[in-house]
Design a protein around this ligand. Structure first.
Ligand SMILES: *Cc1c(COP(=O)(O)O)cnc(C)c1O
Length: 427
């Protein structure tokens, strides 16, 4: 591969150096994957997963044994009493919405403890009684507690914000696409303890997107009441074609299911079409695939740090999700980085992404994604808004090798801009 690149020799030298440096970190991730793989296997064996469970139901989907056992396995791995894992949950946003609408009633209040939530939730929360069907439109109040400048929870502001209407607290595990740290499961556990010590009656919800299987435990193990996420991220293992999940206390999952489907049907109905085999196999593969993505993120972080860029998390830092942030410092480098990634995608490698305006974003955004499943961010993808400090958010990668190849390609593209020339001489 290096022989075919204009700057191959220089890139190869850096890659080999970095691979040596990160070897202990890579070994640590492999060890974590072994543990998680064992856990998944244990659950499958205990529940007696069999060939007939892989066959999906049609129609109303009543008495779908495969779905029932799959949801039991999923719940157990999440540390939850019950889980709802369905192809008719179309995305992470849909799963999160079902939780919010399922629990909150007019007159109640939702407080997000971890600052501004993920972009797609802004319209779910809403701001007026404008007929849009947002939470605000239903008379559900909302507050958010901005993180402190150091990225911590502002407990004073939280205590001051509580009212007798407050019913639900939102916590977002992953940074999403914000320039802030992601929270570890341990940190979420501390948040849960602290919230309970202030107000034991609140429902604690965690947006678990991008975090699944990155650590040994999940938020419900630490006492969180309800979590939600997407199956085209970590827990689908790259095989789920669509879907989302909700997990937590049985009574709360039931409320979310009533909203998702209809009261009276709740968790009982819902055909699984042809999805179950991919769900089982994807869940089986999820620890490995998440491990591959994590290894790719560590490699990327180390290599770009070596070349003088600020990377978050640093290569040797504890990770709470699969997202890697790289501050590229110039629009040319951000564009080149994303174009390099796209050019190494298995699908649509010939497409050249360019920055463009997107609904909900203030600045033009560039996105690289050449995935088998549309928008799947457990597959390698990278994007970033064209504004200072020109951060690329990179996530996923079904194989570690693919991430390395794509980053090598991205470096070649970055070299071509001429903005890396000084580094070339010094390296
Ligand atoms: C991806 C994501 C969502 C929403 O997921 P979609 O599947 O894109 O709707 C919500 N929160 C976080 C933190 C995410 O990363």
């Amino acid at each position: 591969m290096f022989n075919e690149l204009k700057h191959g020799e220089w890139i190869e030298r850096n890659v080999l150096q970095v691979e040596e440096k990160i070897a202990p970190m890579i070994a640590k991730i492999s060890h974590h994957v072994d543990e998680m793989q064992w856990k998944v296997l244990q659950v499958f064996r205990k529940l007696g997963v069999s060939e007939f469970h892989l066959h999906s139901s049609t129609g109303y989907g009543y008495d779908d044994m495969g779905r029932e056992i799959f949801e039991k396995a999923f719940a157990e791995l999440m540390g939850a009493e019950q889980a709802l894992v369905r192809p008719n949950i179309i995305s992470g946003t849909h799963a999160i919405s079902a939780c919010l609408y399922g629990i909150l009633r007019p007159g109640d209040e939702l407080i997000y403890l971890t600052g501004r939530p993920y972009d797609t939730l802004q319209q779910v929360i809403g701001s007026d009684r404008d007929g849009s069907g947002s939470l605000a439109d239903y008379g559900i109040a909302y507050k958010e507690i901005p993180l402190t400048p150091a990225g911590n929870i502002d407990w004073e502001a939280f205590a001051a914000a509580l009212t007798d209407k407050t019913k639900m607290i939102g916590i977002q595990r992953s940074r999403g696409y914000a320039d802030r740290p992601s929270f570890t499961v341990g940190q979420i556990g501390e948040m849960v303890r602290k919230i309970r010590s202030i107000r034991p009656d609140l429902v604690i919800f965690v947006d678990n997107c991008y975090g699944e299987f990155v650590e040994g435990q999940e938020p419900p193990h630490m006492g969180a009441d309800l979590i939600a996420g997407s199956l085209i991220k970590n827990p689908g293992g790259g095989l789920a074609k669509s879907g989302g999940y909700i997990a937590g206390r049985a009574n709360l999952v039931a409320k979310a299911a009533s909203r998702l489907v209809a009261p009276g049907i709740g968790v009982e109905g819902g055909a699984t079409y042809g999805y179950l085999r991919d769900y089982y196999q994807g869940l089986f593969l999820a620890p490995h695939v998440v491990g591959e993505a994590l290894k790719g993120a560590v490699f990327t972080s180390a290599l770009l740090q070596e070349l003088g860029f600020r990377t978050t998390p640093a290569w040797d830092e504890t990770r709470a999700d699969i997202i890697q942030q790289i501050s590229l410092g110039s629009p040319e480098l951000l564009i080149a980085f994303c174009q390099g990634i796209q050019s190494s995608s298995p699908i649509d490698a010939h497409i050249k992404p360019v920055p463009d305006h997107m609904p909900g974003y203030e600045d033009p955004v560039i996105m690289a994604a050449g995935t088998f499943v549309q928008g799947a961010s457990i597959e390698l993808s990278a994007d970033g808004p064209l504004r200072e400090p020109y951060i690329a958010f990179m996530q996923g990668g079904l194989t570690y090798s693919h991430v390395k190849i794509a980053i090598v390609q991205a470096l070649e593209f970055m070299m071509e801009t001429g903005k890396l020339a000084i580094l070339k001489q010094s390296g």
